[in-house]
Design a protein around this ligand. Structure first.
Ligand SMILES: C[S@@+](CC[C@H](N)C(=O)[O-])C[C@H]1O[C@@H](n2cnc3c(N)ncnc32)[C@H](O)[C@@H]1O
Length: 202
């Protein structure tokens, strides 16, 4: 794509995003799409060589999707779960080989379980998790692990200083490890990437 075209796409992505934020601020969770540095950091935690599906939750206009493909994930491996009908339409045009599912991530197994032929090698989420109660976030993580291969990462970005998945919660029914990246200053607003992995009992 040449530069004027690239600029036009970027402007139209920003406009769609802003419109979506005005319509549903708590669902959209940001006023503009993630920048390249953040998207590439998220993708870097995914095994590009695996042939198993990668489930992306909340792809929006697709900046993280693009980074995943650049990282080596074949488009056919991508399962994109997005709530917004408008973003789903756009994703179908931009990523015609990916499986696009419109639905609610907080009923993950019910929404995507039957459509996934194989367990995911990674789940990459851009959901605005902090708008939901802690128990709902923990239950999402548990369902995500149930749909993933053993040891698969659940990758999540946040603008917050703390982990968006509560650590050491007494109501958690799954034990997991957590690590975070350093803050990515080249994003507006600066963000961190957290990676959670299920811990299996010895
Ligand atoms: C912060 S935006 C991130 C978009 C994109 N991945 C990016 O990084 O620019 C969050 C996205 O999650 C989607 N979303 C929010 N709640 C959702 C839900 N319950 N199920 C599926 N998608 C959801 C929104 O529509 C939006 O596209």
């Amino acid at each position: 794509m040449n530069s004027p075209q690239k600029l036009q796409t970027e402007i139209s992505n920003n406009m769609r995003f802003l419109r979506s934020w005005f319509q549903r601020p708590l669902v959209t969770g940001a006023v503009s799409p993630s920048g390249k540095a953040l998207a590439h950091k998220m993708a870097s935690y995914v095994n590009g060589d695996s042939t198993a599906p990668v489930l992306e939750i909340g792809p929006g206009t697709g900046p993280v999707t693009k980074a995943l493909i650049k990282h080596g994930v074949a488009e056919e491996r991508l399962v994109l779960l997005e709530y917004s009908l408008e973003f789903c339409e756009l994703l179908r045009q931009r990523f015609p080989k990916a499986m696009i599912i419109q639905g609610d991530a907080y009923t993950l197994k019910q929404t995507v379980g039957a459509m996934m032929q194989q367990k995911a090698s990674a789940i990459v989420s851009s959901l605005p998790l902090l708008t939901k109660p802690q128990d709902q976030r923990l239950s999402l993580l548990k369902e995500a692990f149930d749909l993933s291969e053993e040891g698969a990462p659940f990758i999540q970005f946040t603008y917050s200083a703390a982990s968006p998945i509560p650590l050491n919660s007494s109501s958690s029914t799954v034990s997991f490890s957590a690590e975070s990246s350093s803050r990515i200053w080249m994003n507006i607003p600066p963000a961190k990437v957290w990676v959670y992995k299920k811990q299996t009992a010895l």
